[in-house]
Design a protein around this ligand. Structure first.
Ligand SMILES: C[S@@+](CC[C@H](N)C(=O)[O-])C[C@H]1O[C@@H](n2cnc3c(N)ncnc32)[C@H](O)[C@@H]1O
Length: 296
């Protein structure tokens, strides 16, 4: 078990760091995302054949994670330890750069300077700390790109819509919605630790009006939204789909990501079950985004 001092302030999660010799790091990360209790995973490859995995996992999930890692063929652990969240939050900063997501949308780490290429370019300044959401992960970039594509096509007129971001993490998607001019934005996450991170990021982007809440989706007041965003893992999305559908206005759009390709049919079936219409699917590597609409 990890040392108690390294467990998060609310005693719910711990960040485990594994140094390993490994082939196929992307495949290994994909396998680990399916372990129950995983909140976030990042990996880095220092040199071919070796990788470091940072896994933010519930305290109950530490053992299943160790078992899953031990069972992966071709992976040998050279060192395993629990690390302070702040160490994790800082360790990858050196690898994170200015991230252009679309020609109109760029993510700027708060400690780097950046001059936009045009007056129309939206630049989001971000310091995610230990929260998930930098824009570099495929699941986040798929969401941001689709949000921008719907804006460019005129399918979504942000100044006229209200937006709910479920599983907001660093607040990145909620803040993008705010920067696109949304009438009203709410960011929600079950992890109370991310609330101050998301709020600080909103302030850094002059989006102090965004409302943040750690109330579970099912207990939120019954406001309905034109656009609901949910970048969480497929099993969680499937559980949340009845509530996600309830939160949508008739004619509203749901964007879901964090879906490994093999789980897409299950997400689609559950969405249809709760009355949503599949509209689009966008893939990036092993991940996909699914777009649904609530019929009028
Ligand atoms: C993959 S991160 C996404 C962060 C950010 N929205 C992005 O797109 O990069 C998923 C987030 O969902 C949160 N989460 C997990 N289960 C949830 C649930 N049942 N309801 C709301 N949030 C949840 C986690 O705490 C985490 O911050």
């Amino acid at each position: 078990m990890p040392e108690p001092s390294l467990v998060s302030a609310d005693n719910t999660t711990v960040v485990m760091c594994y140094h390993c010799t490994a082939t196929q790091p992307d495949l290994i990360e994909e396998m680990l995302w399916t372990v129950p209790g995983i909140v976030a995973i990042e990996h880095s490859v220092e040199q071919p054949g070796s990788m470091t995995i940072y896994a933010d996992v519930t305290v109950e999930g530490v053992k299943p994670l160790a078992t899953a890692i031990a069972g992966i063929e071709g992976l040998a652990i050279t060192q395993c330890r629990a690390v302070e969240e702040t160490d994790w939050a800082n360790s990858w900063k050196q690898h994170w750069h200015i991230t252009p997501l679309t020609p109109h949308l760029t993510i700027r780490p708060s400690w780097l300077e950046y001059t936009p290429n045009s007056p129309d370019e939206v630049v989001l300044t971000l310091d995610p700390g230990a929260a998930f959401g930098t824009g570099t992960h495929e699941t986040t970039s798929l969401m941001a790109k689709q949000m921008d594509a719907l804006r460019q096509q005129g399918t979504l007129n942000y100044p006229q819509i209200n937006v709910l971001d479920v599983g907001t993490g660093s607040g990145i998607l909620a803040i993008i919605a705010g920067l696109f001019g949304s009438r009203q934005v709410t960011g929600q996450d079950i992890d109370p630790k991310v609330m101050h991170v998301a709020h600080a990021n909103a302030l850094a982007n002059a989006q102090g009006h965004i409302h943040w809440t750690d109330t579970p989706l099912g207990e939120l007041c019954h406001t309905q939204y034109d656009l609901v965003l949910a970048n969480i893992l497929a099993p969680v999305i499937i559980d949340l789909l009845p509530d996600l559908a309830l939160r949508l206005l008739p004619g509203g759009t749901l964007l879901t990501s964090g879906i490994i390709l093999s789980a897409a049919p299950n997400v689609k079936a559950e969405a249809v079950q709760v009355g949503l219409k599949p509209v689009a699917m966008v893939m990036d590597g092993k991940w996909c985004l699914m777009q649904f609409e609530k019929p009028l």
